[in-house]
Design a protein around this ligand. Sequence first.
Ligand SMILES: Nc1nc2c(c(=O)[nH]1)N[C@H]1C(S)=C(S)[C@@H](COP(=O)(O)OP(=O)(O)OC[C@H]3O[C@@H](n4cnc5c(N)ncnc54)[C@H](O)[C@@H]3O)O[C@H]1N2
Ligand code: MOO
Length: 428
Amino acid sequence: MSSTPKTLEQIAAELQGYDPQALSADRVNDFLARLVEPTTEAETVGIFDALGRVLADDVVSPISVPPHDNSAMDGFALRGSELTDRPLTLRNQGTAYAGKAWAGAVGPGECVKIMTGAIMPAGLDTVVPIEFVKVDGDTVTLPPGVVKPGDNRRLLGEDLMAGQPALRRGQTLGPAALGLLASLGLATVRVVRRARVAYFSTGDEILSLGEPPREGAVYDSNRYTVFGLLTRMGVEVIDLGVVKDEPALLEAAFRDAAARADAIITSGGVSMGEADHTKAMMKQLGDVAFWRIAMRPGRPMAVGRLNQAGRSAVLFGLPGNPVAVMVTFLAFVRPALQRLMGAEVQAPVLLQAKSGEAMRKKPGRTEYQRGTVVREADGSLVARTTGNQGSGVLSSMVQANGLIVLRHDQGNVAVGDTVEVMLFDGVI
Ligand SMILES: Nc1nc2c(c(=O)[nH]1)N[C@H]1C(S)=C(S)[C@@H](COP(=O)(O)OP(=O)(O)OC[C@H]3O[C@@H](n4cnc5c(N)ncnc54)[C@H](O)[C@@H]3O)O[C@H]1N2
Ligand code: MOO
């Protein structure tokens, strides 16, 4: 990252009513938008490697697409001015195929057989589809009313005119954008360098896969959900494993992560626990704030910047509970990383559904309930929770197809009330 970044204190001073001990979810995103700076480094990649990448520059169309007026149908090209409310009989002068211009001249009362995509012969502006005409040798007859002047003709540049902006910097390239770039004859494109994100799990009770189970210990699941969430975003992941709660190991992991990554994600050790060196090490190595967010799950979270070897990495210290990790990632880390990746930040489109059950909800915090949205027989969308909402319970997350987002000021939800759902489809 290039320009001198603001300190957390400076950012906090910009935000009215900033209280690290009682932050609303919206305020967290305001803070992160000021903390995280877009990557400015770019690279040129081939179109096949550009899927999911973020455009570094606007793309201006070097050519017009389509490059000539052409037919949208297989049929006969004619002069629209000759159409009347009576049957029209024309004499066919030949066939225009896609890929080369038809060379002859066409006079009044004449037409040209034409294929879809073929250049419109000079003077002709309308195409009647073949299924509407009667052909008898060279004679073509069409009934009145089947076409209007200009029908079934695609105009030069109707998709894009040469010199027009085709794609905007910050757009994430999807399949349609790859096709559009190719339609402009562009074999390569400038994209933002892929963001590098390092992550590790902390805690003495956390077992790595392959270790035998032992009393009081649990297998690390957070590294795998974080891996999945990051990979879905198209970032380059740096997996630093499970780091035991020892200062020297934590210091080495943080320094390694800060030297190699644009952002660091950890899980665990950010709450009030005593046997924990994670917070102390974050504090020692960087400019870090410890928050209590008015949300459920995902209350405690550390945020800041670690500097190492002249570069700076953003730190997201997520709470240890497995569902809190996923929810804080989706609510905060994902938009922050989109910004870091140089992408336009896309707030997820929330789906409105009727609640199929009553939900208890305290005003004054945002709650994310794991749920499913299904279409009922009467066509309405109904959201229901997927069971145990404990912040350590992943099975109800697996069963969910979205998060029911109960907003900060909202109170209890009654059956039939409208709720908003962040669907996972397309997000995770
Ligand atoms: N007195 C208070 N206690 C707690 C508070 C609080 O505000 N006051 N907040 C609770 C909330 S909410 C959460 S969330 C947790 C977060 O605590 P930590 O971030 O310090 O996380 P840990 O204590 O290390 O772990 C919490 C929980 O998650 C399990 N865990 C941790 N890492 C992993 C992993 N990689 N894979 C699977 N499971 C993991 C860990 O075993 C604990 O059960 O604090 C509450 N307490
Ligand atoms: O962050 Mo905690 O999940 O609310 O248990």
